[in-house]
Design a protein around this ligand. Structure first.
Ligand code: ARG
Length: 578
């Protein structure tokens, strides 16, 4: 359903300007709520009309704004029209605002916002989101955690907006590390330990063999030998590799489940090992593959084709590189999924890598390379657990849960819970997510458990607390009766502020869908939480006359719906009680 008010304003404009309503919708936006003054509800950017050529750019823009405002007449919907610098402000009838908006939220439920007219023209189609992608036997570091939660957010958002999303985990499951692991397992491995704690054991073996190999040439040799056998398709080597890979994935799945993350496909670099000859052949036929004096194979990406910007795609001994496998993987995915868009989520150190990958694909004539997008993020410093530096995702989640549980025990307001560990886990994870999503993804940040888990302020704990409070209010007062209410009883400025803020939800989702930055949504929800805190304190339900209580309940019910759907898109599971 379209926003009734945005459409009303756009339709009036359309009559005056003679342009289709659809194109005008984007120029009308809800006004951000401010603490200091009563704000108008909508604004129209006249400069954006000029940009779109809907108003002639000749002439004084302010005079044009005044003139347009004059032509737009007041009505029973729009009660006041004002003029600012190249903008027109609209105040709408507040009873109508409460009525229409709350009605829409209650009938659309979790579809509210995502089914907005703002998304009418955004492409719907097969979307691939590749994220998390840890390396077997190596550390699962903070960067992998970031990739996991950011990728999950993007996938959730795209899915909510109606795309068919496939989540791919592209594991680092090939390379010399398996040579070392294969050799190392013979020396230091134990089937028993592998069963008991697979990731830990593989990591320990890897660390140990790495260390020994530095001073022991025999180990180096046997690692190389093992990897050669692996590449040559030796059954025994392959079966050990397969075993390591399999149990690692099973372990990862358990931890992803705690995060509420799932994948449609676990692939990895190994899948493309055997297919690189095809791509090299193709590059050769297209005249894109050049051999250097050192014997490496490169693709020349320089504009002048003077070899000033070369990307190596094959080593002098004929083996493939990270980028070769990525090129092959992208082409393979296009064949299998025929995606309309593919998004990769990794830290910013790989920006160059993806730029080159996309450029080479384009040079090969794959137009769809333009539909590939890399979402880079910054580094997290200082993420430590009681065990020290982060080695496993599980440890981060355990730490978040333990610390949160402690905080809950120390807090006087904590409710009696059926499963406090489970609640602590969900709240702890939401704290990690909110901390990570507040700023631009590209910024680095310093990690601090105490700040992350604060119950007040801009944290995931605060969001969860807001949700739990609303749910408890609804449990206590909601009699499940029909949701009729008198909207004229929601004219208090605290109620109006919430309504005005809710008007922005689809715009915020739209922003996030364009730049794939979760900060718009997170900050919207945090601001909603602050407005709810005030309303909760000043607009009681319980001891108010029944009609007032009913109206307020409807406001809180709708607010809770929007809060919960926004949290779910972020990858947060809202808790009922805490
Ligand atoms: N495994 C890689 C790493 O840990 C990330 C893989 C990213 N995806 C890709 N298609 N290259 O750095």
């Amino acid at each position: 359903m379209a926003c009734y008010f945005r459409r009303t304003i756009a339709s009036k404009l359309s009559k005056i300007l003679g342009a289709p309503e659809e194109t005008l919708l984007a120029a009308v936006s809800a006004f951000p709520v401010s603490k200091k003054q009563q704000s108008p509800d909508f604004r129209l950017s006249v400069s954006s009309l000029v940009e779109k050529g809907l108003i002639q750019s000749a002439g004084d823009i302010q005079a044009q704004t005044e003139q347009l405002a004059h032509q737009l007449k007041w009505s029973s919907v729009v009660e006041e029209i004002g003029v600012g610098p190249a903008v027109i402000h609209f105040k709408i009838n507040k009873t109508l605002l409460a009525k229409k908006l709350l009605h829409q939220i209650s009938s659309e439920g979790s579809d509210f916002g995502v089914k907005s007219e703002l998304f009418k023209r955004s492409p719907k189609g097969e979307t691939i989101v590749e994220f998390s992608s840890p390396n077997i036997a190596k550390k699962f570091h903070a960067g992998h955690l970031r990739s996991t939660i950011i990728g999950n957010f993007i996938a959730n958002l795209k899915e909510a907006l109606g795309n068919n999303v496939t989540r791919i985990n592209y594991l680092g499951d090939w390379g010399m590390q398996f040579g070392l692991l294969g050799a190392g397992f013979k020396l230091f491995g134990s089937e028993e330990k592998l069963k008991a704690n697979p990731l830990q054991h593989l990591f320990d073996v890897y660390v140990q063999v790495n260390k020994e190999a530095k001073s022991n040439e025999d180990i180096q040799k046997s690692a190389q030998d093992f990897f050669r056998r692996l590449e040559g398709g030796d059954d025994q080597a392959l079966s050990l590799w397969q075993h390591f890979r399999h149990i690692s994935i099973e372990e990862y799945k358990k931890v992803y489940k705690r995060l509420g993350v799932h994948f449609g496909e676990y692939s990895g670099e190994s899948m493309y090992q055997g297919k690189i000859q095809d791509i090299l052949q193709q590059l050769r036929e297209q005249g894109l593959l050049k051999t250097t004096q050192r014997g490496t194979g490169v693709v020349d990406l320089s504009p002048e084709k003077d070899m000033s910007l070369c990307t190596t795609v094959v080593r002098s001994d004929g083996t493939s590189l990270y980028i070769t496998r990525d090129l092959t993987a992208a082409i393979d995915r296009k064949h299998r999924y025929n995606f309309a868009e593919m998004i990769y989520v990794t830290d910013k150190s790989q920006q160059n890598h993806f730029e080159q990958t996309f450029k080479i694909l384009e040079a090969m004539g794959f137009q769809w390379a333009q539909c590939c997008r890399h979402v880079p993020f910054g580094l997290v410093q200082g993420m430590k657990t009681r065990k020290g530096d982060v080695v496993f995702l599980e440890d981060v989640l355990d730490e978040a849960r333990a610390r949160m549980l402690q905080n809950m025990r120390n807090s006087r307001t904590t409710k009696v819970l059926e499963n406090p560990e489970d609640t602590a886990e969900k709240v702890g994870i939401s704290a990690l997510i909110v901390q990570d999503f507040k700023g631009p993804l590209l910024s680095d940040y310093r990690f601090d458990w105490d700040r992350v888990l604060q119950s007040q302020g801009d944290t995931g704990v605060f969001l969860q607390y807001t949700h739990a409070r609303l749910r408890s209010l609804l449990r206590m007062c909601d009699d499940g009766e029909e949701e009729t209410f008198d909207p004229s009883l929601l004219q208090d400025k605290r109620a109006i502020s919430i309504l005005q803020h809710l008007l922005r939800y689809d715009e915020v989702l739209h922003q996030s869908s364009v730049d794939l930055q979760p900060k718009h949504l997170v900050n919207f929800l945090l601001a909603l939480g602050r407005l709810v805190a005030v309303a909760h304190r000043d607009l009681p339900v319980k001891d108010s006359p029944s009609a007032v209580a009913q109206a307020r309940l409807q406001l809180f019910r709708s607010t809770c719906t929007v809060l919960a759907s926004g949290m779910k898109i972020l990858g947060i599971t809202p808790v009922e009680k805490m």
